[in-house]
Design a protein around this ligand. Structure first.
Ligand code: S3P
Length: 176
């Protein structure tokens, strides 16, 4: 597939796992905005949040999206994006410019279970993580939906089934 696919969704929605599998199945490249940021900055996401704060992270996230959209070098790529990326209004048209936007949707309980014990997400360091996810998703859910060309309900799906569904939906949207 030559058109890029951008995966969006909340932390734990499976963007990276599904993205890698999808890229392999479609013989596409794979990139991840968080991984690109970590590489460019030479430090982990928790370190960036701790040392510079969230506003700085958001700024470099938007700068990265602007660069990806403007240099047009990304082709035939599945791009997994950080869960907060579509929250910045400026990033939404950029995502659409870069590729077909696929939202991996899931319920808070499911996201909470999928995040498991991963300590790599500073925004989820909370006493009551499920409540935090519910609150954030109440705000972000409509944004993800507005931004998406395709929405995949992933609650009942494993990564492989999600990949199948994305491929079916992308093909369907191309032929319609
Ligand atoms: C964030 C999601 C993370 C990472 C950062 C902030 C968010 O990416 O960009 O910790 O605001 O939802 P993942 O969605 O890949 O975990």
């Amino acid at each position: 597939m030559d058109r890029n696919i951008c995966l969006i969704g909340y932390m734990g929605s499976g963007k990276t796992t599904v993205g890698r599998m999808l890229a392999e199945r479609l013989d596409m490249d794979f990139e991840d905005t968080d991984e690109l940021i970590v590489k460019n900055e030479g430090r982990s996401i928790p370190d960036i949040f701790r040392d510079e704060g969230e506003a700085y992270f958001r700024r470099i996230e938007t700068d990265l999206m602007k660069k990806i959209a403007s240099d047009g070098e990304l082709t035939g790529t599945v791009l997994s994006t950080g869960g907060g990326l579509p929250v910045d209004k400026d990033n939404r048209p950029l995502l659409k410019e870069v590729g077909t936007v696929v939202y991996l949707k899931a319920k808070p309980e499911c996201l909470n279970a999928r995040v498991g014990n991963d300590l790599n997400r500073p925004l989820l360091a909370s006493e009551d993580r499920l409540l935090k996810i519910r609150d954030m998703l109440a705000f972000r859910g409509p944004i993800y939906e507005e931004c998406a060309d395709i929405i995949i309900d992933t609650d009942e799906l494993d990564a492989g089934e999600t990949v199948d569904k994305i491929i079916m939906s992308v093909n369907k949207s191309k032929s319609s």
